[in-house]
Design a protein around this ligand. Structure first.
Ligand code: HAM
Length: 423
């Protein structure tokens, strides 16, 4: 047994499965790039107060789940639990909003939440996210949702749905909140739930316990109390989604775990994952930038869970990512053959072909086994007698066919054979 183990609740990805992780992350990020979202790389930790102010003191994320510590200079810092607050902080700090609007950014990387670990719920989680800042246009909300949908579709996922709702704006939400609180005050709720109703009444609507669900079945809903402007915004988002061919279901009880949301909010829910069914989510957050000391600019974005999306692919039996480590596995049998093939592997890589070598003086049998394990399509075998004869043997490991390739044209001919298989 090894002395050290990874910290609890942190997934690790290693070959061959790590190819799937990379493919998911890249496919989702690529969907964002194709819609004009530039890349932003941000600190893994920030001032604790950024998250307290941005995400909200009453959220579980801030009140229970943050990795907070004092650095050696005595500052309170926190490992980022999510990406939006940091993006907005950076946009304000560097004046990104002074140019053309919207500012469209995407990011990917690790986030940290001290949650109770279980399948699909980790303490270090990976997201691909986008944020579009500075234009309050329902078409932009629809674009953000459509990008996520496109990413999931490209991976081949079908077993998910998009849940959509509107959380209203400054003009209608306070009134609705009071109405909901009044309703909740009239119910025989337990003490903890009553406190939650005081702090964030919306969260009570999301309670999973059947007895609470029954009690709040008749609760007033935000979508029935939207201001004229918020309602119009919501209607247009739905219209644009329909025009884009993106299917959604309305869930007026959808509650997100972060406090900054206004108007449009959404979640991508996958049926094959059990309790941790949210593979991605997001929405509009029109007050966040001003709240963090910046201009009165709106924003909309999403965070897609890479870990859970990979689990969703596995649940649907979708093989994502190329698990092969190389295209050509070079098998030298003898010293002069080794000198040739080590150099050939270098030449193949320079020509864009993935190549590996059976190092360590393996015999033919052991080397061919290693070739199989590498996932390579071809083995390139060179014995001492082949060196004298001036040709190597190129074996197609899929069909079993074998042919001679002249040593003075190895890189060209092997590259061409590989290109042929990917056409
Ligand atoms: P979020 O819903 O907290 O939103 O997280 C987004 C996604 O990250 C979730 O749907 C889930 O797939 C994944 N995720 C969250 N926590 C965990 C966990 N403990 N283990 C595994 N996966 C997890 C946000 O973070 C917002 N910043 C999204 C956003 C961007 N809204 C507007 N812009």
């Amino acid at each position: 047994m090894s002395t050290f183990t990874a910290p609890k609740g942190i997934p690790e990805y290693y070959p061959p499965e790590s190819a799937g992780f990379l493919a998911v992350r890249e496919t989702l990020a690529d969907a964002a790039r194709r819609a004009g979202y530039g890349y932003i790389e941000l600190p893994l930790f920030e001032d604790t107060s950024l998250f307290a102010r941005g995400v909200g003191e009453s959220t579980d994320v801030v009140s229970k789940e943050m990795y907070t510590f004092a650095d050696r200079g005595g500052r309170s810092v926190t490992l980022r639990p999510e990406g939006t607050a940091g993006v907005i902080r950076s946009a304000i700090e560097h004046g990104l909003d002074r140019g053309q609007l919207p500012v469209k950014l995407h990011y990917s990387g690790a986030f940290f939440r001290y949650e109770r670990p279980q399948a699909g719920r980790y303490r270090q989680l990976q997201q691909v996210g986008v944020e579009a800042i500075g234009v309050d246009d329902p078409a932009l909300d629809a674009e953000v949702i459509a990008i996520a949908d496109e990413g999931y579709k490209r991976l081949g996922l079908t077993g998910y749905r998009i849940e959509l709702t509107s959380l209203g704006d400054d003009t209608c939400r306070p009134e609705y909140r009071a109405k909901l609180q009044e309703f909740l005050n009239g119910l025989p709720l337990d003490e903890a739930t009553r406190q939650r109703a005081e702090l964030n009444p919306l969260r009570v609507l999301d309670d999973k316990r059947p007895e609470v669900r029954e009690l709040v079945a008749e609760a007033p809903l935000m979508v029935d109390h939207l201001s004229v402007a918020a309602k119009e915004h919501y209607e247009q988002v739905k219209q644009h989604l329909t025009d884009l061919g993106v299917a959604f279901v309305e869930n007026p009880r959808l509650v997100r775990g972060l406090d900054y949301y206004t108007k449009t909010t959404f979640e991508f829910v996958h049926d094959g994952l059990g309790a941790q069914s949210g593979i991605g989510g997001g929405g509009r957050y029109d007050g966040l930038m001003a709240q963090l000391g910046g201009a009165e600019l709106s924003g909309v974005g999403f965070g897609l869970g890479v870990d859970r999306t990979l689990l969703a692919c596995q649940a649907e039996g979708i093989a994502v990512g190329d698990q092969a480590r190389c295209d050509v596995y070079c098998v030298p049998l003898g010293e002069s053959a080794k000198r040739r093939l080590v150099a050939t592997a270098g030449g193949l890589r320079a020509a864009g072909v993935r190549a590996d070598v059976a190092y360590g003086g393996k015999g033919l049998k052991g080397a061919m086994k290693a070739a199989d394990r590498s996932g390579a399509r071809f083995a390139l075998v060179l014995g001492e007698r082949d060196v004298e004869a001036g040709s190597a043997q190129l074996k197609d490991l899929e069909s079993g066919e074998q042919r001679s390739v002249p040593l003075d044209a190895l890189v060209d001919q092997v590259s061409a054979a590989v290109a042929e298989t990917t056409r």
